[in-house]
Write a protein that binds this ligand. Structure first.
Ligand code: T4K
Length: 368
């Protein structure tokens, strides 16, 4: 059987049936119903954040998180990373703002705070960093820069559900943080997402934006859309949240086995644990140094594929090399992101991945 890069975590069917029974009784399917509210409360507790708003997916959550901060202005610029899934950049551009790409750090692949300030102009309105692979950005340095220049910070925390830093939930940094609950994530609601934030005033804004901008009695004060999470997906979230800790522990076992097998090999670079960060083991990125190994990331990818193993080149090409953003920035401006995107392979990682399969994958890599 093929081994894919990931496999959705799912609750036992009976648990889900139990959770959706009230929906069948009430016929209340969407529009912020009782299951949605229950799920929202549970997430606020789990993530340890003051406020949270649920969305139909992570992308719309990020797009509306930016919109709700009222950042739109002629020629407004947002500093962000090119080393991410294209959704991050689209969320900025679809708000009429110009993404300005900042290079990343070679060790954890997150935005390099030492390179942010030189990109700030009088048009800069915000920074959108990404906790890529669940690696925490340098939140302290980013906070200092944002305060100094009076900029908003919206974190793309799509990969970082459940991550904490010095015991603080990752959703507490910046003005807002977006989580994705897509089927491929550590925690899923099939499709889904959320924005965590600390300013109560922001709550109503987000709430109305995802419901067409309707405030009350049919009054509409904003150009919103429809981005509500429905009751069935909220029920899936409740079931998956119940078993999340177990799921993360199983991922940890897989992660440690990869580490055991692949560490200490000249030319293979693994992610290092970050100080003070409790990880969620979302992805297993490996950097293959062709100059040392004589084989490239693409060679390893093909070798695995021939053995029915489908690792992925997340994130290749870097976003600023995609056709729709090529005009904004040349790759030479972000050489580290360019190099990382050419040489990283994310290996299969999911809670049900058997240790024998991890060994099989590592054998193929090491033989290659
Ligand atoms: N920001 C960042 C940094 C992100 O990574 C993402 C999403 C977003 C924002 C936006 O969040 P969402 O709007 O998606 O909530 C996937 C996901 O569609 C996307 O959510 C994710 N990032 C991105 C990194 O990866 P694909 O096109 O690579 O997925 P796909 O369909 O090839 O699936 C990958 C593997 O997952 C399959 O080989 C098998 C497994 N799988 C997939 C699906 C759809 C399952 O086991 N079950 C499933 O239902 O984009």
């Amino acid at each position: 059987m093929s081994i894919l890069v990931t496999r959705s975590s799912m609750p036992p069917l009976e648990d889900y049936i139990e959770e959706i029974k009230p929906i069948f009784e009430s016929h209340w399917l969407t529009n912020m119903g009782p299951v949605y509210k229950k799920f929202q409360h549970q997430l606020i507790d789990y993530l340890g954040v003051p406020y949270l708003s649920l969305f139909v997916n992570g992308h719309m959550a990020l797009e509306m998180a930016i919109q709700a901060l009222g950042l739109q202005c002629p020629d407004g610029e947002v500093i962000t990373t090119p080393y991410t899934f294209v959704s991050t950049t689209h969320a900025i551009a679809r708000n009429g703002l110009k993404p300005v790409f900042c290079d990343i750090k070679p060790d954890d692949y997150t935005i390099d705070p030492d390179k942010i300030e030189e990109l700030i102009t009088d048009k800069t309105v915000a920074i959108v960093p990404v906790h890529v692979y669940g690696n925490l950005c340098d939140v302290e340095a980013i906070d200092r820069i944002a305060k100094k220049h009076n900029l908003k910070v919206i974190y793309d925390a799509a990969h970082a559900f459940g991550v904490t830093y010095k015991g603080i939930g990752v959703g507490n940094f910046g003005d807002a943080s977006m989580f994705s609950f897509h089927a491929t994530k550590v925690f899923n609601t099939v499709e889904g997402g959320a924005v965590a934030f600390s300013d109560a005033a922001y709550r109503n804004k987000l709430h109305t934006l995802k419901n067409f901008g309707i405030i009350n009695n049919g009054n509409v004060d904003d150009i919103g859309g429809n981005a509500k999470l429905d009751e069935f997906r909220a029920a899936m979230g409740i079931c998956n949240l119940r078993r999340l800790e177990e799921c993360i522990l199983k991922r940890k076992v897989v992660y440690e086995r990869y580490n055991e097998r692949l560490s200490g090999i000249n030319g293979i670079r693994l992610s290092q644990p970050q100080v003070g960060v409790s990880a969620n083991y979302a992805y297993y990125p490996v950097y293959f140094d062709k100059d040392i190994l004589g084989k490239s990331r693409d060679d390893v990818f093909e070798q695995l594929k021939q053995n029915d193993i489908y690792a992925r080149k997340y994130f290749y090409p870097a976003v600023n090399e995609l056709q729709c953003y090529q005009d904004i920035c040349i790759w030479e401006d972000t050489p580290i992101a360019h190099d990382i995107s050419l040489n990283i392979l994310t290996l299969p990682m999911y809670e049900e991945l058997a240790i024998e399969d991890v060994d099989y994958i590592c054998d193929i890599i090491l033989n290659a």
